[in-house]
Write a protein that binds this ligand. Structure first.
Ligand SMILES: [Zn+2]
Length: 314
C-alpha cells in the first residue's frame, strides 16, 4: 500500500509517496506564497502532486493523500479554519483536492501527524502507546493510543503545551497562566537563559553565546556541561518543569514511550538521563506501575510526511 504524505510548514510544503512499510520515495516541495489566502498555493500543490504521481506511475495504487497542517482545522470536513503561520482562513483544502484528483484526502494537525509518523516508523516503532512532545517556539505534540492517532473531537485534541504547571504562573500565549509551554518550550529556555545572563555577567553562558553567535536553546546546556553553576540552574529548572509535565501525561495515558522532538531534543544523554532519572523517582505507584521511557525522535523532518501518509495505513 502507498499513500502521499504532505507536510505543510510556515514557509514551505514538502511531500512524498510513502509505502506501508515506511519506505519513502523522493520528496517534492514548493514554497508557501506569502499573502496568498491559500487557493493559489494549494492549486500549485495539486499540480505538483498530480505530476509526481504520474512520474512514479502510482495512479492505480494511491490509497489517499494525507496532509499535516499547522493551525486549527475541522478534520471531519477537511477545512483549515485558521492558520496563523499560513494566514489561511476557512480554506476547504480537501474539497480543492477532490475537485481535481480522484483520491481520498485526510487532513490533520501538523504536530499530530509528526507524532503519528514517529510512532509508526520512528522512535515509537513497534510500541502501542506513545506521546510526542515537540519543543519549539511552543510545545506541541500528539497522542498515539493502541497504534492509532488520537485526535479528539473534530481533531482538536492534544494541545500538549497547555496544561497548567504553576498556578498563576507565567503568562501563556493561550491566555491562561502557568502552562507547560511557558516553561518547557525552546522560547522559554532562551528567555530564562537571557535573564540568567543579565543577572550573572560572570557566567560561562556569555562566552558560549558569543561562540554560537546568538542566545539559543543550546547556550545553557553547553555551559552547564562545562560546569557553569548558573547554566546548570537554568537547565535543571527547565528539566524539572518538562519532567513534571511528562509525568502528568504518564499518569493519564501510561504510554510505553514519550518521544521528544525539536532542537532541545538534540541535547543527548545529558538531557534524557536527567529526565528519565526524574521519572524513575517520581513514577506513580513506584515500582508497581510500568516505567515510561523518554527518548529522542528519530525521523527529523520526515516524520510529518510519513505520519500524514500513515493516516491511510491499517
Ligand atoms: Zn497555554
Amino acid at each position: 500500500m502507498v499513500a502521499i504524505g504532505i507536510d505543510i510548514g510556515g514557509t514551505s510544503i514538502k511531500g512524498a509517496a510513502v509505502y506501508s512499510d515506511g519506505k519513502m520515495l523522493n520528496t517534492f516541495s514548493l514554497p508557501v506564497y506569502r499573502g496568498d489566502p491559500g487557493e493559489k498555493t494549494v492549486n500549485d500543490l495539486i499540480d505538483l502532486v498530480e505530476k509526481y504521481i504520474k512520474e512514479h506511475g502510482l495512479e492505480k495504487e494511491i490509497a489517499g493523500i494525507g496532509i499535516g497542517i499547522p493551525g486549527t482545522l475541522d478534520v471531519d470536513n477537511g477545512i483549515v479554519e485558521y492558520s496563523n503561520n499560513l494566514k489561511w482562513e476557512n480554506l476547504p483544502i480537501t474539497k480543492l483536492f477532490q475537485k481535481r484528483l480522484p483520491y481520498k484526502v485526510r487532513i490533520s494537525n501538523d504536530a499530530n501527524v509528526a507524532a503519528f509518523g514517529e510512532a509508526k516508523f520512528g522512535a515509537g516503532k513497534g510500541v502501542p502507546y506513545s506521546i510526542m512532545l515537540t519543543l519549539g517556539t511552543g510545545v506541541g505534540g500528539g497522542i498515539v493510543l493502541d497504534g492509532k492517532l488520537y485526535e479528539g473531537n473534530l481533531g482538536k485534541a492534544a494541545e500538549m503545551g497547555h496544561i497548567v504547571m504553576e498556578y498563576n504562573g507565567r503568562q501563556c500565549t493561550c491566555g491562561r497562566k502557568g502552562c507547560l509551554e511557558a516553561y518547557a518550550s525552546a522560547t522559554a529556555i532562551v528567555n530564562d537563559t537571557k535573564k540568567a545572563m543579565e543577572e550573572h555577567p560572570e557566567s560561562l553562558m556569555h562566552q558560549v553565546a558569543e561562540e554560537l553567535g546568538k542566545v539559543d536553546g543550546r547556550v545553557a546546556f553547553k555551559a552547564a556541561r562545562q560546569g557553569d553553576k548558573i547554566a546548570q540552574q537554568v537547565v535543571d529548572q527547565y528539566i524539572f518543569y518538562l519532567s513534571e509535565g511528562i509525568l502528568n501525561y504518564c499518569n493519564i495515558f501510561r504510554p510505553n514511550l514519550v518521544i521528544l522532538s525539536g532542537g532541545i531534543a538534540n541535547e543527548g544523554d545529558y538531557l534524557f538521563d536527567k529526565i528519565n532519572n526524574y521519572l524513575k523517582v517520581h513514577n506513580y505507584g513506584y515500582k508497581k506501575t510500568p516505567e515510561v521511557k523518554v527518548v529522542p525522535a528519530k525521523l527529523g523532518y520526515d516524520s510529518g510526511k510519513i505520519g500524514a501518509a500513515s493516516l491511510f495505513f491499517k
